[in-house]
Ligand binder design. Structure first.
Ligand SMILES: Cc1cc2nc3c(=O)[nH]c(=O)nc-3n(C[C@H](O)[C@H](O)[C@H](O)COP(=O)(O)OP(=O)(O)OC[C@H]3O[C@@H](n4cnc5c(N)ncnc54)[C@H](O)[C@@H]3O)c2cc1C
Length: 402
């Protein structure tokens, strides 16, 4: 029986260890901390968003700013439906929310942890906590895994050490000859410390269009104004696709917000002019238009230098244009980012060019496999990151004994 060393006790580590054991190997998980599956525990606000109900592979891969092409093959081998079936068959009934996110019916990430640990122990997977692997020495036959507490000889290795913002965390992989794409954060919210938009804290808009000036990056979705800046799915998506560009700008940039993605400039202008003609004696601040919350409406009037007590017939075309500009191209100054409490991930990691997507085996060092966020793969929020961990974990685990 082959001894399989799995480096990292997270989602990808346990899923690959389970499948390595199920396919006839003796799997040993090495976890550097005292806790197993700690990210699963806190994920999805403690509910664990295990996957997403996006079953079409060509659509699914579009949710990954990095890894899209590689994942096409991966998801062909272990799909969203396979994930659902696996958890349902392991006593974790799942439910799909209106936006496609899939959670355990229990609404408790512990159900996912219990299922993974129970199955691992049933299959005889052994676990060593407080065992940070510092070096993988390639032997004539197999590998020597070196930790502070000792050495372990294994036949094959699956590296599932997750993402890390520090490049040094990948040193033990780089020393095998693998290229590491510089790790940078993804999925963060934008800080706007000097921007008056923060006075609108608590306002959420269901479908904005947000664009980074100086790029072609633009996304639509809900936006939330917080006490430190802007957040919500539209911002997280922009942060993921703009991760490298924003990193290069030291997180200083200007974003343009269209408060409703369906706004069209010409229609907005004619609607504003028509309203002025139709309601000449009405105060501009009395009724907000276009389903804009009144607090935001008053704020936008201020930006357009329009006194809310003015009557519509006192508003000049120049002021209409200014209001239009603020409705259509409202600018915010981004200065910094926040990952606190968000579902942040690392972009970058082991280059996919050196990994086979059909086995997850290293093209450089036969016998070494990879799974999960340690690779240069990351998804946006919605269960996509775990789906990548389950799929790559399954492939690595089932291929390691072949
Ligand atoms: C707060 C938060 C919420 C999230 N919520 C969701 C969600 O709901 N849905 C979703 O799809 N994604 C979510 N994510 C992302 C998701 O958690 C990760 O993409 C996923 O956990 C990656 O799994 P992994 O096994 O590759 O890495 P990890 O879960 O990071 O596991 C890696 C493990 O390896 C260990 N390790 C590292 N180096 C070594 C070493 N040298 N030796 C031994 N052990 C080592 C680490 O201690 C860690 O336990 C969330 C992330 C965060 C931070």
């Amino acid at each position: 029986m082959r001894r399989i060393g799995v480096i990292g006790g997270g989602a990808a580590g346990f899923f690959s260890a389970i499948h390595a054991a199920a396919s006839g190997g003796q799997a040993i998980v090495f976890e550097k901390s005292t806790k197993l599956l700690s990210k699963v525990k806190v994920s999805g606000g403690g509910r664990c968003n295990v996957t997403n109900d996006c079953r079409e592979i060509s659509k699914l891969v579009r949710f990954y700013p990095r890894g899209e092409k590689f994942l096409k093959k991966v998801f062909g081998k272990f799909s969203v439906s396979d994930t659902i079936a696996w958890f349902e068959n392991h006593k974790v009934p799942l439910k799909t929310e209106a936006d496609g996110r899939i959670f355990p019916i229990s609404d408790n990430s512990q159900s996912v942890i219990d299922a993974l640990l129970e199955e691992a122990y049933r299959l005889g997977v052994s676990v060593k906590t407080q065992s940070a692997i510092l070096e993988i020495r390639v032997l004539e036959q197999g590998f020597c895994l070196i930790s502070e507490s000792g050495q372990e000889i294994v036949d094959r290795v699956i590296i599932t050490s997750g993402g890390h913002p520090k490049a040094t965390a990948y040193n033990f992989i780089a020393s095998l000859g693998h290229r590491i794409v510089a790790p940078i954060p993804s999925l963060f919210t934008f800080n706007t410390p000097g921007d008056s938009v923060r006075s609108l804290m608590g306002i959420s808009m269901p479908s904005v269009h947000i664009r980074l000036e100086g790029t072609k990056l633009a996304y639509e979705g809900p936006l939330l104004i917080t006490h430190w800046g802007v957040s919500g799915p539209a911002v997280l998506k922009l942060s993921a696709y703009g991760a490298a560009w924003l990193h290069g700008q030291s997180y200083q940039a200007v974003a343009q917000i269209r408060w409703d993605a369906s706004f069209r400039e010409d229609t907005l202008r004619s609607d504003l002019q028509a309203y002025r003609e139709g309601h000449p004696k009405r105060k501009v601040g009395a009724h907000s238009l276009f389903q804009i919350p009144s607090r935001l409406w008053i704020f936008l009037l201020g930006k357009a230098e329009i006194d809310p007590d003015y009557l519509w017939n006192q508003i000049s075309n120049k002021q209409i244009n200014k209001l239009l500009e603020n409705l259509f191209r409202f600018t915010i100054n981004i200065d910094g980012k926040t990952t606190f409490k968000e579902e942040f991930v690392t972009a970058g990691g082991v280059s996919l060019e050196e990994i086979s997507p059909s086995t997850m085996e290293s093209k450089l060092v036969p016998g070494v496999f990879f799974a999960g966020e340690v690779m240069d793969i990351d998804g946006i929020t919605g269960g996509f990151n775990f789906q990548a961990a389950w799929s790559t974990g399954y492939i690595a685990g089932t291929s390691v004994n072949q």
